[in-house]
Design a protein around this ligand. Structure first.
Ligand SMILES: *Cc1c(COP(=O)(O)O)cnc(C)c1O
Length: 366
């Protein structure tokens, strides 16, 4: 440890990358009620940051969680050159902390960056920076089925100037937020007939900030009709089901589980692909193919539509109670042998080290 202008710095040597840490003078953790967290409201004491300049990323630094200062002309504010990730850390009953397939998030943020003409980040910087941050924030990863630490890496274009071209300067930042299990209440969805989330040739497969901004207004309209989310359909014909709000979607017809193939407009969710592999491993009939809205309506009419659910990191699996299409509303019956429940349990048990991990998905957080 060395003292620099009254601020305590030290280097975390145990990770391959020589990460410098500026410790927060005092932790906020004692002021936090871990049973009343909401989602993404409270952030931990530190954040990781790396800056891109002159064609290279700086070695990540860990600093106290704080506001960032940018010129008003920074590209991110004008052209939305921003991408992000969402992942979680879990504490098991033995005290170990785990991440779930973090490499997938790393690879995806770089795919998102490529699509938005942003520079790729370094894998060692990502893994070491994240591990160092989580080690420092370890008290924020609470045990118990209800608790996890939500991790939000993001990249923004920081370069000054409003010329409409890609920036040459960026910041890669990771912030962390303790969360309780996500329960959205009963979810009913509106199947989109006019609006779309993403189009062929667009950037729907990227976790880009702008994709979310474009969802807010149609989702608000759906709210006014009594729905919590929009089920996005393909932009060209609105005949095919693509995603549920900010989650991938699964449809169960009879005992077959169906989800759409990833594309320009269906994001390659880590939860989605994990559920596909788990379903295969447990002998559940799982098919990846385009799903027509009409097919879902027909299955509803003939009584074979058993379940609809969303899948994503925040809520893991989110059962859909009902849906609206054109002027009609449809209600689904509760399933005694629900796939949503089954796979939610299986996945969270694996993530929390309560079950074996035949896939090698669980990774020590630090
Ligand atoms: C993040 C996201 C998902 C879910 O991805 P996970 O990796 O499972 O969290 C699905 N759809 C969209 C549009 C997303 O942004």
């Amino acid at each position: 440890m060395f003292n620099f202008g009254g601020i305590k710095f030290f280097e975390m040597q145990e990770f391959g990358t020589p990460i410098t840490v500026e410790k927060a003078p005092q932790s906020k953790i004692d002021q936090v009620d871990f049973n009343q967290l909401g989602f993404g409201q409270i952030f931990t004491d530190h954040m990781m940051i790396s800056d891109y300049k002159d064609g290279a990323w700086s070695i990540p630094r860990i600093v106290p969680y704080q506001n960032i200062s940018l010129p008003p002309s920074a590209r991110v504010f004008h052209y939305g050159q921003a991408v992000f990730e969402g992942m979680k850390a879990y504490r098991d009953d033995r005290g170990d902390a785990w991440l779930f397939r973090p490499e997938e998030n790393f690879k995806r943020i770089n795919r998102s960056c490529e699509r938005l003409c942003m520079p790729a980040f370094d894998q060692a910087y990502f893994m070491d920076g994240l591990s160092a941050l989580l080690k420092l924030e370890q008290d924020w990863i609470k045990p118990g089925a209800n608790n996890s630490l939500y991790i939000r890496p993001f990249v923004i274009a920081t370069q000054a100037g409003v010329a409409a071209n890609p920036a040459t300067e960026y910041s890669f930042i990771i912030i962390c937020s303790p969360v309780n299990a996500y329960f959205a209440g009963e979810v009913r969805v509106k199947i989109a007939e006019h609006y779309s989330r993403a189009a062929k040739g667009g950037f729907g497969y990227a976790k880009a900030a702008g994709n979310y901004a474009g969802q807010f207004y149609p989702t608000k309209l759906a709210h006014e009709e009594g729905f919590q989310q929009v089920v996005w359909t393909d932009a060209a014909t609105h005949e095919y089901i693509e995603e549920a709000g900010t989650m991938n979607i699964f449809v169960r017809i009879g005992d077959q589980l169906i989800t759409g193939p990833t594309s320009d407009s269906i994001l390659d969710g880590v939860t989605r692909k994990s559920l596909i592999d788990m379903a295969k491993a447990s002998g559940v009939d799982i098919v990846v193919r385009p799903i027509k809205v009409q097919e879902v309506l027909d299955a509803y009419q003939n009584g074979t539509l058993k379940e609809l659910f969303g899948a994503g990191t925040a809520a893991v699996v989110s059962p859909i109670k009902g849906f609206g299409y054109q002027e009609q509303k449809y209600e689904l019956q509760d399933q005694p042998d629900s796939y949503a429940e089954l796979f939610k349990q299986k996945l969270t048990d694996l993530q929390r080290n309560l079950a074996p991990d035949p896939f090698g998905w669980r990774v020590k957080a630090y």
